[in-house]
Write a protein that binds this ligand. Structure first.
Ligand code: LMR
Length: 395
């Protein structure tokens, strides 16, 4: 049977990571996959995470099964992190997931169970793995306008017009903060307008929250999700701990579904558990146990927040350095926008041939759509990368 299979195309982001690793050039620069790096180019494990791991090693007495929903303490802490007091916890159903990707898939499965045929609309552009995850659940995928390349900001008028034209009952996927790949987030007033359009149109938001704390701060970055929670009767959120806890390979996150009332939330819990059982039975424990340990211990939590603040400060510093370096080289003020965009990613307006030349001529790896991982750029490489980008943009 397997002779019928042709090779699957390489993943746009993780395939690039493999190509980078195989590149023998010592001065190559990886601005592809979304991982944070410090000034020395390392992806650190936060000290609070290390302490929590040691504590777990010493105190854990069993590895028996936890349960379909995963770690209840972790799940509750994650709901608090995202929604704070914007929601009545009795309306929430939450399950642990193996990272943010699996949370999107779990919620897509839930949508399919609740409303077969409902379309999930993703922003243009979006993370390249959104459509495959949704399609794997058998959910139709639509696209709505999101980004205005002329201004580097959200195309809010076109977005609202598109939202108002969607059929009631459809789902709208929104990046909670630090939009991937553009770094362009709605303002508070724009979130309020989006929330009103969703409520009035009977649409259900699905917030993908993968970078909380990397934009303006832990609470500020959840501002949009909290406005939605206060406005619409039902919503979902896919949350990742990969970046803000630095535990990428441990795959911790959660899928949250908010119902109109506690009785419906109880039904949602059974449905989410059934989705998990039909998929991978239950999530791996370690990453979530570490996050719970950090969030439940005031000293560890404070230490983690300090490290998160430092990560965000570094991203902002590198944004400003790169923006200035590009404006100086190109005399194009549009590059100054990089400084004000949020989170790990921004996009450079480069053609596929220019992206290819960045890699082949300069050893600078960026995703094929022009996405650069600014959080992966060491200060010492800023000038060199700016030289390389300016060079290919001239060609
Ligand atoms: C990214 O966008 O680079 C990260 O979210 C990693 C991934 O899984 O693609």
């Amino acid at each position: 049977m397997f002779e019928s299979l042709a090779p699957a195309p390489p993943d746009a982001i993780l395939g690039l990571m493999a190509t980078f690793r195989a590149d023998p050039r010592p001065d190559k620069v990886d601005l592809g996959v979304g991982v944070f790096r410090d000034a020395d180019g390392r992806t650190p494990i936060p000290a609070a995470v290390k302490t929590a791991e040691r504590r777990l090693l010493e105190t854990q007495t069993t590895k028996t099964y936890v349960g379909l929903e995963g770690d209840a303490g972790f799940n509750a802490a994650m709901v608090g992190l995202v929604f704070a007091d914007a929601l009545d916890p009795a309306r929430v159903a939450v399950v642990q997931s193996t990272g943010g990707s699996a949370a999107v898939k779990i919620l897509a499965d839930l949508v399919r169970r609740a409303a077969p045929g409902a379309t999930v609309h993703v922003p243009d552009p979006t993370w390249p793995n959104h459509p495959p995850l949704l399609e794997a659940a058998g959910v139709p995928v639509g696209v709505y306008p999101y980004f205005d390349p002329a201004t580097g900001t959200v195309a809010i008028d076109r977005m609202l017009t598109a939202l108002r034209a969607m059929p009631r009952g459809d789902v709208v996927l929104l990046h909670g903060c630090c939009h991937n790949p553009t770094g362009a987030d709605p303002t508070g007033a724009e979130w309020a307008a989006i929330a009103t359009a969703l409520r009035d149109g009977g649409l259900v938001p699905l917030v993908d929250m993968a970078y909380q704390g990397f934009g303006d701060g832990l609470d500020a970055d959840a501002g949009g999700a909290r406005i939605l929670a206060r406005t619409v009767p039902e919503m979902m959120a896919a949350v990742s701990c990969s970046k803000n806890f630095g535990i990428y390979r441990d795959r911790a996150g959660c899928a949250i579904a908010v119902a109109a009332d506690p009785a419906r939330a109880a039904v949602l819990r059974t449905q989410l558990s059934a989705v998990i059982r039909a998929g991978h039975t239950m999530p791996p424990d370690h990453g979530a146990a570490v996050v719970r340990t950090v969030l439940e211990d005031p000293a560890l939590r404070a230490g983690w927040l300090e490290e998160l603040d430092a990560m965000r400060d570094r991203i902002r510093t590198v944004r400003t350095l790169l923006a200035d370096a590009l404006v100086r080289r190109t005399n194009d003020a549009a590059h100054a926008r990089l400084a004000g965009q949020k989170g790990m990613f921004s996009r450079i307006a480069a053609t596929p041939a220019q992206i290819e030349a960045l890699r082949t001529r300069h050893g600078v790896y960026v995703v094929g759509d022009g996405r650069i991982n600014i959080a992966g750029l060491a200060e010492r490489d800023v000038e060199r990368v700016a030289d390389a980008i300016a060079d290919v943009l001239r060609r």
